[in-house]
Design a binder for this molecule. Structure first.
Ligand SMILES: [Zn+2]
Ligand SMILES: [Zn+2]
Length: 152
């Protein structure tokens, strides 16, 4: 399954009877076009350049709604800010423990996980979340990995 484009996601929502305001479309477009996994604050800063009147509450509401509709994903990391992901295909993440950068890496579709242990509990498994933690190239270069994590 490939990552759905902004146009495809918008068409999909329309066919389900979901109409998005221009502000909400802008949030969806930004997430579909970036390969970063921005926080709500970063999304707010981006979108407010075009819609100066947008509120943080609208951004949060929209992110919540788009997550519910399944066109984006929320990645929560404990006490760190959640990241939002416009890539709706099955994939795994590389997470930098120093700067918090998140990158996509391909992973096999759920049907390919054949481990009997996975199905031994009788769950009907529909998705998974797989993340690899380490230090990104920039942080390795700057030696920031030796300092305490300073996220956000
Ligand atoms: Zn990093
Ligand atoms: Zn991702």
């Amino acid at each position: 399954m490939h990552r759905s484009s902004f146009a495809k996601s918008l068409a999909d929502l329309k066919s389900r009877g979901v109409r998005l305001t221009p502000q909400r479309q802008m949030i969806l477009r930004y997430l579909k076009e970036t390969h970063e996994h921005p926080t709500a604050e970063q999304i707010y800063h981006q979108v407010s350049q075009e819609f100066a009147s947008i509120s943080m509450a609208t951004v949060y509401n929209t992110l919540h709604r788009l997550t519910e509709l399944g066109v984006i994903r929320e990645l929560s990391y404990g006490d760190m800010s959640s990241r939002y992901d416009g890539n709706d295909s099955e994939h795994a993440h590389l997470v930098c423990e120093v700067c918090g950068k998140v990158a996509d890496v391909p992973c096999p579709p759920i049907e390919r996980f054949t481990s009997p242990e996975l199905f031994a509990h009788g769950y009907a498994v529909g998705s998974y979340r797989l993340e690899f933690y380490g230090h990104c190239p920039d942080c390795q270069q700057s030696g920031a990995g030796q300092r305490d994590s300073e996220l956000n």
